[in-house]
Design a protein around this ligand. Structure first.
Ligand SMILES: [Zn+2]
Length: 405
């Protein structure tokens, strides 16, 4: 059931539990009543939910060993552009082998956007081999081969699965995308990725989101949460050494998580006094970097030490509304910030999470994002939406500001 496709052929000998499942936790899930948070009124929730997908465990591991990962931490090795990985067979348009003669992948893929050019339809059911990707290309957005949601389901099987699953479990529908650079750049050497490649990744993501949403709406999906993010390093979920981002597009039309509910309600309460448009972020001693288009600061309520939050200075709701000059400036700024964090010897395993207003919601929202360096967390932190941090945010900001100079 690779690529989120469930058909008669691959469902043979499988049960209703062998498909991607979405499960809302009954102890933390309640109905959405707020006007504007979605068009559909009935059976929509916010709370904690899990995607449970058996196919996720079958994805290839890009780092062969801890030693392998260490290699990618050492950015002085400069494997830039040369290293062969699981994506090489796609970008080169032919089977690429490792040094021991083993094929790195079969070269099959589905390309949603090549840079910003639309290619395969987001609901295509035909993975295929491709010709070599041109040298000038910066980034490709692909359908994730090992998704946590199903994209295309044979109607007979769908009916059968729904009948067999208990009512609190549902077959999870959605599109999982992965955006990669055309040439190999190790994600753990984030600051070494050329600006135009990083900007190319953002541009390809933006074009792919718009294409997927357009095609989803054509198929009568609405109220669609979209989550763009980077997992950089194995400790934070990045299973491939090549720089890549992901996008989760949830097509279950059944609501959103409790954290997003918190953000949506907070912006609703602010009304036209948007905190991100007005605040000086604690008298500006927490601001790290201000450009024409973006503001970076350490949050006053960090979820990790050195938790950085950033937002476009323009009050826009979604990643897909970013303009080219904002995207280019973001690429430059992120490289600088990551270099500063590297210089401070902060763990190179980091997540970048973009928080956006779902499509179809008539909610006020100011898009923002988080950079969260990896740390081991404790028990109390698993029990509630709470974190214990030791670093004072304004001190962290000062250290990063000094490191930027
Ligand atoms: Zn705002």
């Amino acid at each position: 059931m690779e690529w989120g496709i469930i058909n008669k052929e691959n469902f043979k000998n499988k049960t209703s539990y062998d498909v991607p499942i979405k499960r809302w936790d009954p102890l933390s899930t309640v109905s959405i009543h707020t006007e504007g948070f979605g068009l559909r009124k009935e059976r929509r929730y916010y709370g904690h939910y899990s995607y449970i997908s058996p196919i996720r465990s079958e994805r290839p591991r890009g780092f062969k060993s801890e030693e392998g990962e260490k290699n990618f931490l050492d950015c002085s090795k400069k494997v830039l552009g040369k290293y062969k990985d699981v994506f090489s067979s796609i970008t080169e348009g032919k089977i690429v082998y490792d040094d021991w003669g083993t094929p790195l992948s079969d070269g099959y893929t589905m390309i949603i956007t090549q840079d910003e050019i639309r290619r395969d339809n987001p609901f295509s059911d035909a993975p295929h081999r491709i010709e070599r990707i041109p040298d000038a290309c910066k980034a490709l957005t692909l359908i994730n081969r090992y998704p946590s949601m199903a994209r295309i389901i044979d109607p007979d099987i769908s009916e059968n699965i729904v009948k067999n699953l208990p009512s609190h479990l549902k077959l999870s529908r959605g599109i999982n995308l992965v955006t990669i650079s055309r040439y190999f750049y190790p994600s753990l050497c984030f600051n070494l990725i050329p600006m135009d490649v990083l900007a190319g990744i953002f541009l390809s993501m933006r074009a792919a989101i718009l294409y997927c949403i357009e095609e989803s709406i054509n198929r009568d999906y609405y109220d669609i949460p979209v989550m763009p993010f980077f997992n950089i390093g194995t400790k934070v979920g990045g299973s491939q050494p090549r720089i890549h981002s992901q996008i989760y597009i949830d097509l279950n039309m059944d609501g959103h998580g409790s954290r997003l509910e918190g953000y949506l309600e907070a912006f609703k309460e602010m009304g036209d006094k948007c905190h991100l448009c007005k605040t000086s972020h604690g008298g500006s001693d927490r601001i790290i970097l201000e450009t024409e288009f973006w503001t970076f600061y350490t949050t006053g309520s960090p979820v990790r030490n050195y938790h950085i939050r950033f937002h476009p200075n323009e009050h826009i709701r979604r990643f897909s509304q970013l303009k080219v000059n904002q995207i280019e400036d973001l690429a430059i700024s992120l490289k600088m910030i990551f270099q500063a964090l590297d210089d401070l010897k902060i763990d190179k395993n980091r997540n970048i999470l973009f928080n956006c207003c779902p499509y179809g919601y008539d909610a006020d929202f100011h898009m923002f994002a988080d950079i969260i360096p990896h740390e081991v967390i404790g028990g109390a932190e698993m029990a509630d939406d709470m974190r214990v941090a030791r670093k004072l945010p304004h001190i962290a900001a000062k250290e990063i500001r000094n490191s930027l100079e």
